[in-house]
Design a protein around this ligand. Structure first.
Ligand SMILES: Nc1ncnc2c1ncn2[C@@H]1O[C@H](COP(=O)(O)OP(=O)(O)OP(=O)(O)O)[C@@H](O)[C@H]1O
Ligand SMILES: [Mg+2]
Length: 228
């Protein structure tokens, strides 16, 4: 049997708040296999973003265990998590999270700054990633000089540039109109066809139906897990 990309066992996330605590995730068991294309759905506050942040090593779990490609990552240090995240995971946010003063090319080069030698190599790979999302002709534009859909494609290029095994996208179409949103989903679908594991959060039932597997969270628990 192959090792799942993500393996959650009893994953729980409790946020301490004044006086009380918030149980954002209350014991999630989940396996995501290599090459899956999956949607996480569920009402606002059900724990979708919390789950993505934990999967993306942007947040830590309170109880349970998390194995990423067979490696226990539940109790790594902050630096170890950052290192793994940088090399193996591409994250795409609803609000794009681009640096306003940097061009498309510079934004896409960012994830390579930590560990890739050579300016030329960086530039070439950033250009290739921009080409892959159909943005080569906008390489020198600033984010504000681009449409929402183009900014999100730029964010997809940035997520791709270190050739991650896993792409996590938290409501990547949340700030886009329906048509532009569909284009972004198509782009993520083409990454899936290239063998990358893609997990996205969406509120759009049509997007949910367009991917192979969807899970629904409710109050921090997994309500359904459907394939087909
Ligand atoms: N840093 C935090 N501190 C305290 N509580 C938090 C924190 N982050 C999330 N929560 C709480 O955890 C619960 C789950 O939040 P989460 O952001 O995962 O929901 P979501 O499903 O992504 O919702 P939405 O669809 O609105 O984005 C919510 O009740 C939220 O208020
Ligand atoms: Mg959310």
């Amino acid at each position: 049997m192959t090792v799942p990309v993500i393996r959650f066992e009893g994953v729980t996330r409790i946020y301490p708040m004044e006086g009380e605590t918030v149980e954002a995730l209350r014991g999630i068991d989940l396996e995501i296999q290599r090459g899956e294309f999956m949607a996480i759905m569920g009402p606002s506050g059900s724990g979708k973003s919390t789950m993505m942040h934990i999967a993306g090593l942007l947040d830590t779990l309170t109880q349970g265990s998390y194995e990423l490609e067979g490696e226990d990552v539940s109790s790594l240090s902050k630096n170890q998590r950052a290192d793994i995240r940088n090399r193996r995971i591409g994250f795409i946010f609803q609000s794009f999270n681009l640096l306003a003063r940097c061009s498309a090319l510079e934004n896409v080069e960012l994830p390579m700054l930590y560990h890739r030698p050579g300016v030329m190599d960086r530039r070439e790979r950033a250009m290739a990633a921009l080409e892959a999302v159909g943005m080569a002709d906008r390489a020198h534009h600033l984010p504000r000089q681009l449409s929402g859909g183009q900014q999100q494609r730029m964010a997809v290029a940035r997520a791709l540039v270190n050739r991650p095994a896993l792409i996590l996208a938290d409501e990547p179409t949340g700030n886009l109109d329906t048509r532009t949103g569909r284009e972004i989903i198509k782009l993520l679908g083409s990454l899936h066809e290239q063998g990358i594991t893609v997990v996205l959060v969406t509120h759009d039932p049509e997007i949910g139906r367009s991917v192979r597997r969807r899970i629904v969270l409710r109050d921090g628990l997994m309500e359904t897990d459907e394939v087909g």
